[in-house]
Structures are given as structure tokens and as C-alpha cells.
Design a protein around this ligand. Structure first.
Ligand SMILES: Nc1ncnc2c1ncn2[C@@H]1O[C@H](COP(=O)(O)OP(=O)(O)OP(=O)(O)O)[C@@H](O)[C@H]1O
Length: 411
């Protein structure tokens, strides 16, 4: 039988998985362990909708994988069910701002919910907004708009859309609109216009990270639905939980580790997932994460990443921003390109820092004063592999002798 047939047969009859999809990030379970208080607070805040009153806007923040999206969607589904039973018109629109990218697309999603036809391009954002307002003036009901990962919107486009949405009720008579803003960046909140900040934060809910024990409970509950009986070695769940607890208590990371470990066992035609599979999963996930970030960098981002590799090659712990900029200028002149400003370079460095690929800190150099230094925060080989997919960068990288195993354990 061909290898392809083997793959399809394995997909048809999985060995370890009963329902793999239960481990995917967008699956919302019927019960969310250790999020009782947060679930109740969101439910309580939204409950006036059942009396046709406008619920307070909610601002939810917490680190990644702390259940913000899961809790919000869970409560909204219940709210919608309850409203339906009572014959009250309550609806919600969920937009992941990172995926929808522009204010226009976010508004188009909202318009879509109200069955309005909005062309893919061609109208101004203001025009789409006005059409939504017009539509809503003729409707009854309470509508809750969830804007997830709003930091991506605010960073790129400012807070105009948030401002307009939080003011929308002033133009409506029969319908009411509430906003739920979700973010994992506390820094972003500081950058908001104070008026937007105060209207969004009528209710503020902070989601704290999970500890290893809590992550184990979450994994146990999901594993029961996702895996066949006795498909997991005893140490598998505690290990996934312990690794993810070190990564700021991220349930998404814990579930990813468990799912990828299962996929590795499945690929190797085994009936049991082991601790080794979890360790391999950790390397695979890290490689994918770094790969996704690095491959999508603009050319100058890749050149800066290459400059960092050059500056930290041969086991150096860190490089100064000056060294990095010097290397970058050499690469640019070699390629005959025009350099970007130091300010743009700093911007790219901050972005890479935020994405966890590098880590910057200020050190004191005695009488030379203070300087910003950069070290790698992700696995070197994963970075090199991703960069090499760009032929222009691959040529440059052939000159880097990177001999560093320490970063391979950076998780
Ligand atoms: N208490 C919980 N019980 C069960 N599953 C959970 C719990 N908290 C989070 N999860 C699961 O972990 C994953 C990540 O959760 P979620 O997407 O809600 O995190 P988030 O805080 O919104 O993260 P991000 O800021 O990265 O979007 C999802 O699969 C979710 O179902």
C-alpha cells in the first residue's frame, strides 16, 4: 500500500484520539474549570440585556491563554439562549480584530451580522459606520459587539473606531449596543484616549494566569473527551501543565502541547502518548511559532534579525543596538538597498521583543553610561531555518557561524 493510503487510513481510524477537535483553540467546552468568578461577573454585567436595557461595556484583560475569549463566548451563547426562550432580541457579534485587521473589515463584519450588503472595498469607513447606525435605528434589540485582541487595532489605527462604537447609542432609540473589548496588553490601555478608556471600562475584569494545578484540571477535563481511554501515560498531563505554567499559565499552550504530543504518537502509529512526545511537541510548537513570526517579517525585519544573529554569533549572550545597526548597514550596502531610519529599526526591535523572538534590556556600562542590549529569546535554529526560506537572506546567512546550544532550551 502506498504511504498516502497509510496516512488516509490512519486519519480514518485514529489510535489515540477520540475527538481531536476538542483540543483546538476555538472549541468552547461546556464547563470552564477555575473561571467561575469571571464567568459569573460577565454574566451579571450582561444580564440587563434580558430586560432590554443596555449592559455596561466590559473591558477584559489578562495574559494570553487565560480564558478571556472562552469565558466571553460561553456567557454570550448562554445569554442568547436565555433571550430566545424569553422571546427577547439579544444578539452578539464576535470579531477577532487581529484577524480582521482593518476598521473597515470589522465594520463589514458587524454589517454582515445585520444582513447588510457591504462591498469588499470602495466605501469609506465612515460611510459603513453611518449605514450601520441607520440600520440599527430601525431595529429593536440589544446587541453586544465583542472586539477581541483590540491592541492590534489600536496600535495600527488608533482608537477612533472604539470611540465611535462606544458613542453609537447616542444616535439610537430602539436598539442598544454594548462593547466588550478584550486585550492581553496592559500597555495598550494606557495609550487609549481617556474618554474611550472610561467608556470601555464601565466594568473591568482581569483574568489572572493559571497555576500548574489549575492547568492540570483543565487538561484532564479536555483529555477525557479528546482521547481514548488509557491513551495517555500518567506523566503526560502533569508535564504539559508544568511546562505551560512556566509560560505565564497559558491554557492554550498547555492544550497545544497535549494535542501535538497526541499527533506525534498518532503519526508514529502508537496507542499511547508518552512524556517524550510532550518534549518533542514542545520543540515542534516553538519551531512553528518562531517560523510564523520570522517568515512574515518584512524584508528589513528579516535583515535586522540577520544582523542580530551576526552580532550574537559564536556564543555571545547579547549585542548592543549599536552593533546590530552597524551590521544592518553592512548588509544593506552589500545588497545595494536603501537603509531605514534608526527609529524604524528601534520599532522593529520592539515588535520582535513583543513577539518573544528577542529580549531587550538596559544595562549600565559604568562610565560609558547606559545602553540597550538585545539577546535572543527563541531557538536559534528555528530562526535560521525560517530566515533561510528567503533566498536573499539565505545567501547572507551562509556567512554566520552560529554555535550556540544554550538557546535551544529557551522555553
Ligand atoms: N478555564 C478553562 N477551562 C477549559 N478550557 C480553558 C479554560 N481557560 C482557557 N481554556 C482554553 O484554552 C484555550 C485558550 O483560551 P482563550 O482563547 O479563551 O484565551 P485568551 O485569554 O482569550 O487568550 P488570547 O489573549 O491569546 O486570545 C482555549 O482552547 C480555551 O478553551
Amino acid at each position: 500500500m502506498s504511504e498516502i493510503d497509510d496516512i488516509f487510513n490512519a486519519a480514518y481510524k485514529p489510535r489515540v484520539f477520540k475527538r481531536r477537535e476538542v483540543l483546538l483553540p476555538d472549541y468552547v467546552p461546556e464547563f470552564l474549570p477555575h473561571r467561575d468568578d469571571e464567568t459569573k461577573r460577565v454574566a451579571l454585567t450582561l444580564s440587563p440585556a434580558l430586560r432590554m436595557e443596555r449592559p455596561s461595556n466590559i473591558f477584559i484583560y489578562g495574559l494570553t491563554g487565560t480564558g478571556k475569549t472562552a469565558v466571553t463566548k460561553f456567557v454570550l451563547r448562554k445569554l442568547e439562549e436565555n433571550a430566545k426562550q424569553k422571546g427577547i432580541k439579544v444578539g452578539y457579534i464576535y470579531a477577532n480584530v487581529r484577524h480582521r485587521e482593518t476598521p473597515y473589515r470589522i465594520l463589514a463584519d458587524i454589517a454582515d451580522y445585520f444582513n447588510m450588503r457591504i462591498p469588499f472595498t470602495g466605501l469609506s469607513t465612515g460611510e459603513v459606520f453611518n449605514r450601520i447606525v441607520k440600520k440599527l435605528t430601525n431595529l429593536e434589540g440589544v446587541y453586544i459587539i465583542v472586539l477581541d485582541e483590540i491592541d492590534f487595532l489600536v496600535k495600527k489605527y488608533g482608537d477612533d473606531l472604539l470611540y465611535n462604537l462606544t458613542r453609537i447609542n447616542e444616535q439610537l432609540s430602539k436598539s442598544r449596543v454594548s462593547i466588550i473589548g478584550i486585550t492581553n496588553s496592559v500597555k495598550m490601555i494606557e495609550s487609549l484616549d481617556p474618554r474611550v478608556k472610561s467608556s470601555l471600562s464601565e466594568e473591568e475584569i482581569v483574568f489572572s494566569p493559571y497555576d500548574a494545578k489549575q492547568l492540570q484540571d483543565i487538561l484532564n477535563q479536555r483529555a477525557e473527551e479528546a482521547f481514548n481511554e488509557r491513551a495517555l501515560d500518567e506523566e503526560v498531563i502533569p508535564l504539559c501543565a508544568a511546562l505551560a505554567a512556566r509560560e505565564h499559565g497559558d491554557a492554550r499552550r498547555a492544550l497545544d502541547l497535549l494535542r501535538v504530543a497526541g499527533e506525534i504518537a498518532e503519526r508514529e502509529n502508537r496507542n499511547v502518548v508518552t512524556k517524550d512526545d510532550v518534549m518533542k511537541a514542545r520543540v515542534e510548537i516553538e519551531r512553528d511559532r518562531v517560523g510564523d513570526v520570522v517568515k512574515t517579517l518584512p524584508l528589513h525585519g528579516k535583515l535586522i534579525m540577520t544582523s542580530i544573529l551576526l552580532a550574537t554569533a559564536m556564543g555571545k549572550d547579547y549585542a548592543t543596538t549599536g552593533d546590530i545597526y552597524d551590521n544592518y548597514k553592512k548588509l544593506i550596502s552589500k545588497l545595494g538597498l536603501e537603509e531605514i531610519t534608526l527609529r524604524r529599526v528601534s520599532g522593529i526591535l520592539s515588535e520582535l521583543d513583543m513577539l518573544g523572538i528577542i529580549s531587550g534590556r538596559i544595562i549600565s556600562r559604568g562610565r560609558y553610561g547606559k545602553t540597550r542590549v538585545i539577546s535572543l529569546a527563541a531557538e536559534v535554529n528555528a530562526i535560521i531555518q525560517a530566515l533561510k526560506e528567503d533566498p536573499m537572506i539565505a545567501d547572507l546567512l551562509n556567512e554566520v557561524k552560529y554555535d550556540d546550544n544554550r538557546k535551544n532550551n529557551s522555553l
